[in-house]
Write a protein that binds this ligand. Structure first.
Ligand code: GLA
Ligand code: ZN
Length: 670
């Protein structure tokens, strides 16, 4: 049981007592305290309760929920409740509801459904948030403000069309400039009045597969909608800051989701928080990459705002988490930078959309369930971790560039390959690094790269002048760089660089490409090293690389007519080295490439792909997380023998035998 330690690491989750009779509340809290819960996220979706009519507010129930938590010394993450719009608002102001990509105006019902550019929404949200902050800013248990919830999705209404035109005028100044940058003479798009420009949607510019005719317009709409939602976040944040400068403000993000360019959001948030819901069959690397991306947004530790303590409910198959799996995933989050653990949700709903979603207290209403006991055990451990861990950041010597412009631009493209998924391609190369025991930061293309021994830029489709300079300087000054097929293809408004792929990266890579093939899995082709031994296979995009100054490290086999073209190359540029991988390689091909990269970059590769070793450190101490991500026993050599185990208090052995999903946290004072 938590001994009301104000300095314990946060361990809690979403709590929705408004779904339950009030006489059950204290009993639930008593049980949750047995699970070592010390924080609750509340008030996420209560707008209709708080403001039953315009400017008529009723905080009585929320007062009692907050009093309950304060009485029980449970910290509070207080949400602003603006993520689901009450029915009366939508009846009174129908223009608040989003218009979807098909042009259909939504009505009340689901959530995340407000038009981000609705003046009515902005006014009403401001009014609600102001009252919440004035009322609760001095609450002794208040810890964080949680604005809205999982901002997502786009709106295509007339408000948005008007705001889009203003956004474009700001960006381009004149229509001539816009027509030029969008190359809008394609299919007679040339615009003569700003009012002629419409949001790209199914009735205008998008094909049935969602891909656009005019790619420059499409990517600008994505940027504009991301900015519009960010403006709504900033609006609420600024109201909070006006009355409360003390408590940090966050909103829960969603990993590698597509709609929002989180690198633009991060500087506006006091701390990153995010919701981690790996699919039951996701690999450990896939989950790790999402954490690394969320940490990479600010290059700082973050909050894990939600995970499920057991089963999901919104995947096609919602497998149970096996014994120890939830604990393993929780420590994996902490290893990658989480400063807390939080669940959706603390008490399972008995109706509605989420009635079968995993929860700490389940429909059994018992403290003897497997889920409850696993949460309880984890809580006992986590709340005893030293608070200095919160200052310790992950130590990575490799960076992977993640880029929403490239995400959008690549997936907006029609050809060369319909199934090309940006995130899956980034994962392919992240997996190559992670599988060899490397710790990776995910960073923006204009981030400081100099501190990394290796920088990998998978499918970096879209470039801009800063990124070109940044990458070129990194290689010139001695860095080791890898980029791949579908990189350096287009400028910021999605016009292809002329002169051969990969455009502005040709010189550092010492090569050019006139043609890229796209092959189905059935047409996979063998890849050979220079001694003609097979290093792997490839399908999907296959670049026909023509080296200029680059050396060929592997080429296609004679299964294809382009067997004399290179597949993998290396080029010395300035004091550094730039590698190019021209095809979607199989695992063995990636292993071959990884060895070459490690050699050049001076990286030591790990030996056990199933055991993750991640270090968080300050100048004074190190926390080494050793995690068996597999459900079979694994044995590894202890990278820091004799260091103390934080979980057992004992000195660690030279060899570590890790049971299924076992975790060890070793501590070193420097
Ligand atoms: C999201 C939301 C929560 C809840 C969970 C369920 O993360 O933020 O409100 O719906 O999904 O997985
Ligand atoms: Zn709108």
């Amino acid at each position: 049981m938590v001994d009301d330690d104000q300095n314990a690491i946060l361990f809690g989750g979403d709590y929705n007592p408004e779904q339950w009779p009030e006489d059950t509340w204290q009993g639930d809290i008593d049980k949750l305290k047995q699970a070592n819960i010390n924080v609750a996220t509340i008030n996420v979706f209560s707008w209709a309760l708080l403001e039953p009519r315009e400017n008529v507010f009723n905080f009585e129930q929320l007062d009692r929920i907050i009093a309950l938590l304060v009485r029980n010394k449970i910290k509070i993450i207080l949400a602003t409740s603006t993520a689901a719009i009450p029915a009366w608002i939508i009846q009174k102001y129908p223009g608040i509801a989003r218009v979807d990509v098909n042009g259909i105006r939504q009505k009340q019902g689901k959530r995340h459904n407000a038009c981000p550019n609705s003046p009515d929404f902005k006014r009403l949200a401001r009014g609600l948030v102001k009252r919440l902050v004035e009322r609760y800013k001095d609450c002794p248990e208040l810890t964080y403000w949680h604005v809205s919830n999982e901002y997502e999705g786009y709106c295509y209404c007339d408000n948005c069309a008007v705001a889009f035109r203003e956004w474009l005028q700001q960006k381009y100044g004149t229509l001539e400039r816009l027509n030029l940058d969008w190359n809008s003479n394609i299919w007679s798009h040339t615009y003569h009045e700003w009012s002629e420009i419409e949001p790209p949607m199914m009735t205008t510019d998008l094909f049935d597969n969602g891909k656009p005719v005019l790619s420059g317009a499409a990517i600008d709409y994505q940027r504009f909608q991301s900015d519009s939602l960010l403006n709504d976040f900033k609006l609420e944040r600024d109201v909070i800051k006006q009355f409360d400068q003390q408590h940090p403000v966050t909103t829960n993000l969603m990993g590698s989701q597509k709609a929002l360019d989180y690198f633009k959001w991060a500087p506006e948030m006091d701390i990153i928080s995010w919701d981690s819901y790996p699919m039951p069959d996701d690999s450990a690397a896939e989950t790790a990459m999402e954490h690394d991306l969320m940490r990479g947004l600010k290059q700082q530790p973050f909050l894990l705002m939600e995970e499920t303590p057991n089963q999901q409910n919104w995947y096609p198959y919602n497998a149970l988490k096996k014994p120890g799996e939830m604990r393993m995933l929780s420590y994996q989050a902490i290893a990658h930078g989480a400063n807390n653990i939080a669940f959706f949700q603390l008490k399972q709903s008995r109706s509605g959309a989420e009635k079968f979603h995993g929860s700490v207290l389940t429909h059994s209403d018992s403290v003897h369930t497997r889920t409850f006991k696993e949460v309880q055990q984890l809580g006992k451990e986590v709340t005893k971790l030293p608070m200095t861990l919160n200052q310790a950041n992950v130590q990575a010597n490799v960076a992977v560039i993640f880029d929403w412009d490239s995400y959008w631009g690549l997936e907006n493209s029609i050809g060369p390959l319909a199934k090309l998924s940006y995130v899956k391609e980034v994962q392919r190369f992240y997996q190559m690094l992670y599988g060899h025991g490397l710790t990776v930061d995910l960073v923006a293309k204009d981030a400081d790269l100099m501190k990394y021994q290796l920088v990998v830029a998978p499918v970096l489709y879209m470039m801009n002048p800063q990124a070109i300079t940044n990458i070129t300087r990194y290689v010139e000054q001695g860095g080791t760089f890898l980029t791949t097929y579908m990189s350096g293809i287009a400028d910021q408004t999605d016009n292809i660089y002329i002169g051969g792929y990969p455009g502005p990266l040709r010189e550092i890579l010492g090569l050019h490409i006139d043609e890229h093939d796209a092959r189905s899995a059935k047409q996979s082709v063998r890849i050979l090293a220079m001694n003609q031994s097979e290093v792997g296979t490839a399908d999907g995009v296959c670049d026909l690389i023509i080296p200029d100054t680059a050396t060929t490290l592997a080429h296609y086999s004679n299964d294809v007519f382009y067997n004399n073209y290179a597949t993998i190359t290396r080029n010395h540029y300035g004091r550094g080295t730039a590698y190019y991988c021209g095809a979607e390689l199989s695992e063995s091909g990636l292993n071959y490439l990884m060895e070459k990269l490690a050699n050049t970059a001076g990286l030591k590769l790990g030996t056990s792909p199933k055991v993750e070793v991640t270090t968080r450190a300050t100048a004074e101490e190190k926390f080494i997380f050793i995690i068996n991500t597999d459900n079979r026993e694994q044995t590894i050599m202890n990278p820091v023998p004799l260091a103390t185990s934080l979980l057992t208090g004992k000195e660690s052995a030279t060899k570590l035998v890790l049971g299924p999903y076992a975790v060890e946290i070793l501590h070193q004072i420097l």
